[in-house]
Design a protein around this ligand. Sequence first.
Ligand code: FPP
Length: 250
Amino acid sequence: MVEEHFTEEEKNKLPKHVAIIMDGNGRWAKSRKRPRLFGHRNGVENVRSVVNTAREIGVPYVTLYAFSAENQNRPEEEKSGLMRLLEEFLKRELNAMLRDGIRLRAIGDLDGLPEFANRIVRETIEKTKHNSDWNLTLALNYGSRQEVLDAIHAYSQSDQNIGQKPEWDDFSQHLQTRDLPDPDLIIRTSGEFRLSNFLLLQAAYSEIYVSPLHWPDFDRTAFIGALRDYVSRERRFGKTSEQLFSLQSS
Ligand code: FPP
């Protein structure tokens, strides 16, 4: 059993931004002798449950690795099935997003998605852009190395940067995550200990939590378990425990 209630002290330590690598849909389906898309469909259902739990508990930013640039190498049938699920999800959730003040953002190369998926993602971003109560970001056709190369290119195009030593705060404004805080916690399901080209620079100080559960099984209780694990950790950002303690008590 996981204790669902967070004390005020624990609430103050909750992550602001949780980014999730939703792995294991295929294995989940295979273990039930069902097609991979059945796993993805159940994965989408789980997105709703985890998003609702994050909102309820007070984690204001969630970013989901829904489709990596490398996923483009998957069979056409699986890719188009995933894109249809994405379309269905966004159509079905739009009213709830508007009602609940949820702003959708996306990172990744949207132009590399099929036209219908590109369109619905862009439309949903546009329709929710004035919302500010809660923040859902989908990484779609996303790869961190490409994002960094694009940022270097954009940074170096600006006249004022020529010959200057880059400062992180200026450079990071060229990343696609410029509107988001860095992820405090990165969760990966299905027991793999890898970042798989996800938010590599933004993860510099992130805590990482790996769950053995496949994504469709990573339910509310499992998510709360990950948050509980996070609040029990001490984040030092390179400082000693003693330095942190004296900062907190001053
Ligand atoms: C990894 O499982 C999961 C994906 C590649 C896609 C995740 C996508 C969704 C949950 C649905 C779309 C998302 C939204 C927000 C509508 P895998 O196929 O790599 O599993 P495996 O490693 O067991 O084969």
